[in-house]
Every structure is written in structure tokens, then in C-alpha cells.
Ligand binder design. Sequence first.
Ligand SMILES: O=C(O)CCC(=O)C(=O)O
Ligand SMILES: [Fe+2]
Length: 336
Amino acid sequence: MPSRFALDGPLAGAGFGGRVTLSDGTGAEAFVRAAEAEPRALPQALAECGGLLLVPGMQAMAENPALLLRLSRIFGPEIENYRENGTAANMVHETVPEILVVANIPPVSRQPPPLPDPPLTEDGSLPVQYPHRHGWHTDQSFRRPPPDISLFLAVLPVPQGQGQTLFADATAAYAALPEATKRRIEHLDGLHVSSSAGRRREAVRAGTPPRALGPLEQPQRQPLVRVHPVTGQRALYMCEHGQMDWQEGPIVGLEPGPDGEGARLLDALMAHATQREFVHAHEWSTGDLVIWDNRCTLHAATWFDAAKEQRVMWRTTVSGNPGAAYAGEAKSWLAA
Ligand SMILES: O=C(O)CCC(=O)C(=O)O
Ligand SMILES: [Fe+2]
């Protein structure tokens, strides 16, 4: 049966990602119905495109969040409930606890990251590469098992030219590593922790005494090289300043701390993975839904003028297929 979805790729600037549209309909309701009628089509498109899909024209989801949840369910069996995972209550959608609200207006009031320094690269383009660009991460890597896929809806984006979201192809980045590096990192684990744990790189460097962490917020080991359960491909899996444990990590078994051997390896891998050739910078339009696979992509938020602009984005996260490395594990963030 021919698919009713059309897929174009790659997305601008990078060698991965695809744009999906419905050939015989418009709007979120028609799109979600078609996705439910052909439930393998979109997950397959996501896998084929390296873990990044853009679905434009989904603005009706903002009026009818159930549509976002229905589409999320196509990508996996479990949709995270943000009321049950320790997320600050002001970031959770008032009536739909599966939606995390990323916004600079109350009650969320989350500020964007600072402008990179300098604000543009030498050739006048948007900085994407670490360490010129900071904030690269994969969602909730501080939990085991971590979530598979995130869906991010532009309810109220800021004007183009600011507030982009950057995506890096961690599969292509892994494949481009020298063989000796691949061998060196094959069995290493990163040590991940929530940015609220007080183990950020700057905090540790400043000598701030670490706070005691409760049993449900302990740092979690994650393979530095993840084998994707659907495609079988290897991808780099890591975060930088905010989501690694810079006290005892960032890499298990290597000299710890913000300037140790583990830090040097992570810096080198992060700079490698975020080279411009691996990165797509998404300029948001209202109703864009971007779906990314946290198992094989990295992403970063960028600066926008929060004094002038309001930005409201909704995110859901889907889990249930983290791969063999997590087989049978209980959730690290829930009491047994
Ligand atoms: O605000 C953005 O552009 C990205 C936010 C983000 O990283 C997320 O919601 O997972
Ligand atoms: Fe994120």
C-alpha cells in the first residue's frame, strides 16, 4: 500500500532529518488520523532520517493537546507523565501532565541561554559548534532508562533568526571518528545527572560543595556509544556542562572532575559531534512539530531576546525501547 505521507530530506545544512507532510490532507487532525491508520510509517521515517523529523502545520494541537498525545503514542508505548517524575510543577501543562511547557512567560518563566561569545562565527553565521555553542544535550539522560523520543511543538515561537533549536546527527558523528577513538570509547560510560543536582561543571570548578542526592536523583551511567535498537547503528550519547556529573564523572573510569582526562575526552567528542556538517539549525514557525530521537541525536536551545519576545513550546517524551543495554531495568527515578 503506498504511504499517504511524503518525506523530503535532508533538512537544511546537515545530512540528516526529513520533513513529513500528508499528501491528501492538511491540519493536525487529518495528520494524526493518517498516522494512526498507518502506525509504522512515521517511526520508520524517523529511523530512516537519522532521528529528526519536521512536521509543519500542527498548530491545531495547541487548541487540542489530545492530538499531540495521540501522535506521541505512535512513537512508543509510554508517554512520560511530568507530574510523576519530580519536574517542577510550574513547567507542567496545567491540565495535560504529559506536556512539559518550555516557555519564558509565567508560570514557567525559563530564560533562554545566553548569546554565544562572540554572537556570530567568523563567517557571520550562527555558532553551532561546542564550545562556542553551549547547551548540547539529549533529553533526561540523567535517568535510566532514558526516554527514546521527544516531540516539540511550536505553540508560540519567536521570530526567525533567534530561538532556533540545533540538532546534531550523533550517528554520523560517531561514524566519522577515527578507528582508534571508536575502540577507545566503545565500552566507556558517561555519568549523567540532573542539572539541578549541583554538579554542573562550573559549580564543581568553583568548589561549591556538592549536595547530598536522594535515592531517586543519583547520577546514572549511560553508554557513551549507544547501539540504536531500531537501526542497529552506533551513535555518540553524551551531554555537556549541565547534565553530566562533573564531581565523579564525566566519564566513568577516567580521571574525574571539570578538567580531568574524562573532561578532555568529552570536550573533544562534543566539539567533534557538533561540527557544522552534522548540525541542522531549526528556525521555528508556529505549528512546527519537531520529533527527535534522543538515542541518536543531540540538541541545544539558543538565545532569543526574552525582554521583547514571548516563546511557548510544548514537549512530550516517549519511552519504551531504550535497547538491550537497559533490558529489564526498573526506572531509576521511581521508588521501587
Ligand atoms: O527550547 C529549545 O529550543 C529546546 C529545549 C529543549 O532542549 C527541550 O525541551 O528538550
Ligand atoms: Fe532538550
